[in-house]
Design a protein around this ligand. Structure first.
Ligand code: FAD
Ligand code: SF4
Length: 462
């Protein structure tokens, strides 16, 4: 009989005092015994509310049952029926909003640690050589291009390959993975895990090419002449600007640039690497999402005296994963809630000296149900800083849209889809952050899978 009343095992983490000085993974994997005990809490609900709340419908009770039986390989195979990146999703998905948020045990005993179990299943199966990628169907003779190598394109490419098509992924950067690699730090998602998951997709026969910027190296129209269909999963890699005085000061970074330097270029290893990074004594990060948490926690590891996250609303409205907020706090990141930055102050040489803020109170909810910040007149104050990192949102890079005039984009610059999920160009499909303007790994993967289904239908009629 399952034992749901055993307290949820949140897993162990590196000691905060130690981990704030290194880039090694914070959360540690379950041992086999821990995984079996946590799996034993699951009630295997016939209506599986956890599975219904997962954007890609991972067979949660079934994979947990395989773990309980001690078979990590079978558990991983069960997950991979709908999600080809289990070691990544187990680590970075906002489970509290999806599966774990809907677990029937949540209120009384604490949800089953589904993320921890997914990660354990994937890591263990891979270590045991039991992680088997799906076998592609017989060759169809059809060729598809996926633009970008983030989670959305990876999911689409793998699904299309599974159907027997010849698939090529084109990536603008020199490394694959999109935000997984240049945005999310190694202490949350080790590079080895990304490499291994991409190797799984490669082992299915998907071809990958780096340093191809579609819209410059080659256009979408040119690709359509050589390939039967094109999937655009180019993400939202451009930072949103604050539009306040001082934003061009020396010592102001967008989270995008800061994280790319640290994660992709490994600037924290300078001078062993080519890219330097310097944060000074006091760092202010503006924003409350995952980018803000990641930037703050990376900055902390560069050993300044203080790192402060300044957010316009209160803790309840912060969009970041709960675990990341808690980890940031444990590592010594300070939080200043209900403040709006009005100006980034500089000295005579243009170097950042601080930020002038106005305090807010919470007003009526906005269209997403989050209470709006309302400024309190006369409440301005200055907080000193040498480095300011802006993390207030992302938007799509316009390169593809500008060079593909037939492709309809919205005012926000995201690719527009019709009610059937089609772009304005026959044979061209899109998904992930390029249609959502910034979302989550799983939603990007779901879009990739949905588009693969549509491309399959399209290719059948070709
Ligand atoms: P991306 O991951 O952005 O990948 C797009 C790829 O396309 C990039 O590699 C880019 O170089 C390439 N590309 C762009 N233009 C071209 C072109 N013209 N030609 C060729 N290639 C091109 N989500 C979570 O679920 N959990 C988290 O913990 C989390 N943390 C995050 C932390 C940060 C710092 C950020 C920025 C986002 C985070 N997210 C998180 C959101 C999540 O990472 C994204 O929603 C997801 O990666 C989007 O996937 P994608 O495939 O659409 O785009
Ligand atoms: Fe198990 Fe919770 Fe899902 Fe029920 S809702 S099947 S207890 S993980």
């Amino acid at each position: 009989m399952p034992n749901p009343s055993r307290p949820r095992n949140n897993g162990t983490q590196q000691d905060p005092a130690v981990r704030r000085t290194n880039f090694e993974e914070v959360a540690q994997s379950f041992t086999k015994e821990e995984a079996m005990l946590e799996a034993d809490r699951c009630l295997h609900c016939p209506t599986h509310p956890c599975q219904n709340a997962c954007p890609v419908g991972v067979h949660i009770p079934d994979f947990i049952a395989q773990l309980k039986a001690g078979d990590a390989g079978a558990a991983a195979s069960e997950i991979m029926k709908t999600s080809l990146l289990p070691a990544i999703c187990g680590r970075v998905c906002p489970q509290e909003k999806h599966c774990e948020g809907h677990c029937v045990l949540k209120a009384k005993f604490g949800s089953v640690n589904i993320g921890g179990l997914e990660r354990y299943a994937a890591d263990t199966a891979r270590a045991e050589g039991a992680l088997k990628p799906p076998v592609p169907a017989a060759a169809t003779g059809k060729k598809v291009i996926c633009i970008g190598s983030g989670p959305s394109s990876l999911a689409c490419a793998a699904e299309l390959r599974r159907a027997g098509h010849e698939v090529t992924v084109l990536e603008a950067l020199h490394a694959y993975g999109g935000v997984l690699r240049y945005g999310i730090p190694s202490f949350r998602l080790p590079r080895e895990v990304i490499n291994k998951e991409i190797e799984t997709v490669q082992s299915m026969g998907v071809t990958f090419k780096t340093d191809v910027l579609v819209g410059a190296t080659v256009t979408v129209e040119e690709l359509l002449k050589k390939y039967d269909a094109v999937y655009i999963g180019s993400g939202a890699g451009l930072p949103t600007m604050l539009g306040i005085p001082g934003e061009n000061g020396v010592g102001v970074y967008s989270a995008n640039e800061f994280l790319t330097r640290v994660n992709l270029m490994q600037a924290y290893k300078f001078p062993q690497t080519d890219t330097p990074i310097k944060v000074g004594e006091n760092v202010i990060v503006l924003g409350g999402g995952n980018s803000a948490m990641d930037a703050a926690r990376c900055a902390m590891r560069l050993q300044p005296q203080t790192v402060t996250i300044a957010y316009r609303r209160s803790r309840e409205e912060m969009p970041a994963r709960v675990a990341e907020v808690e980890h940031a706090q444990e590592e010594g990141v300070q939080f200043e809630y209900l403040v709006t930055p009005k100006e980034i102050l500089q000295d005579e040489k243009g170097r950042v000296t601080g930020v002038r803020f106005t305090r807010n109170k919470l007003g009526a909810p906005d269209e997403k149900g989050r209470r709006r910040p309302v400024e309190i007149p006369g409440s301005d104050f200055v907080q000193p800083a040498d480095t300011v990192i802006t993390a207030i949102g992302q938007r799509p890079n316009p390169t593809i849209a500008k060079t593909t005039p037939q492709l309809k984009v919205t005012e926000r610059g995201v690719i527009a889809l019709d009610e059937n999920g089609h772009t304005s160009m026959p044979g061209v499909y899109a998904g992930g952050d390029i249609i959502r303007g910034g979302a989550t790994v799983l939603l990007a993967m779901k879009d990739g899978l949905d588009a693969a289904g549509k491309i399959n239908e399209f290719l059948k009629g070709k």
